[in-house]
Design a protein around this ligand. Sequence first.
Ligand code: SF4
Ligand code: SF4
Length: 377
Amino acid sequence: MGRAVVIPHQGLDDLISLLKAQGYQVWGARETDGALELGPIAAAADLPRGRIEAAEAGTVRLVDGPRDAVFDHTLPMQGLKRAVYPAQERLYRTGPDLLTEAEPVEAPPTAVLGVRPCDLAALDTLTAVFEGGPFVDTRVRQRREALLLIAVNCMRPAATCFCASMGTGPRAEGGFDLAIDELIEAERHVFVVTAGSARGREILDQLPGEPAGEADLQAARAGSRACAEAQQRRMAGDAEAVLKRSYDHPHWAAVAERCLSCANCTMVCPTCFCGTVEDRSSLDGAEAERWRRWDSCFTLDFSYLHGGAVRNETASRYRQWITHKLAHWHDQFGRSGCVGCGRCIGWCPVGIDITAEVRALAAGDPAAGGLRRTADG
Ligand code: SF4
Ligand code: SF4
């Protein structure tokens, strides 16, 4: 681990000013309409100080927390996916001359303050998806390379978090430029700031603060351990095997009775990467544009082949999502597609819980019948 300094809680504004002076726009979690959204911040006062999520299956709302912490909240609605892979973007346009013009990528240097360890893991996963194969998505890469990542190690979990069981948190062990631990003891309120990259070290060298002592470093680690122990949910360790033997499980029909096929879970998931491409033309046909936008395996059109959709039933769409996420992602990318952020649990309007569904599949008898492979995808 790199050099670490302790700054007073007011020092967060020094950090933000320093980042701006170096040409970064600064993003953080802002309270908007009772929820947290990732976006530009001007000062530390824009962060949701003293606020935490009251999150449960089917509900996420911000409430006053028990202490005056800047980072006791956990996650904004969406992770870093939005920053590297916008929900929709124009790729090309062409005019009456039929010359095709690629849309330039806007990637201003952006410092994201308060990235949680699970979201760092999710960005690493997206990088494997978009940049790990023979065809690199250069639009995603340009945006990712413009990010300066300032992690915050979690000191309290939301009730929907299960990163500890996925090995992705609540402490960031890498993948950041700077990492922050917030320590509050009696009258003392400080941040321990640790460098995790050469860029981070350069910034840390200019930040007014004292070298971190052993007691603060230990307190920071103890806070992360306590956060892991306080997590109420966990993913079954054999989720991949459970999913791979559950293709015909009767539980899919039970999930489908509740699932609305609304696609919320895939929209908030920081690793769901499916997209579609649309061509749009002006009414007179003189101009045309090609757009890319997020898509979801929960929509009917997603599995459309000539003649119709392959996955007509909600049961087969939910099965597709969770089986890809927790099982076949391992075959494709050598890792789970889930980082345990819990967003899909909180933002599902009917409270479907990915950890509970895996438990139900593990407990039931897959031989008892259910969806037929030949009937519906
Ligand atoms: S599947 Fe759910 S818990 Fe896992 S990364 Fe996606 S949103 Fe987070
Ligand atoms: S699991 Fe929940 S969020 Fe996902 S599609 Fe079904 S109802 Fe919507």
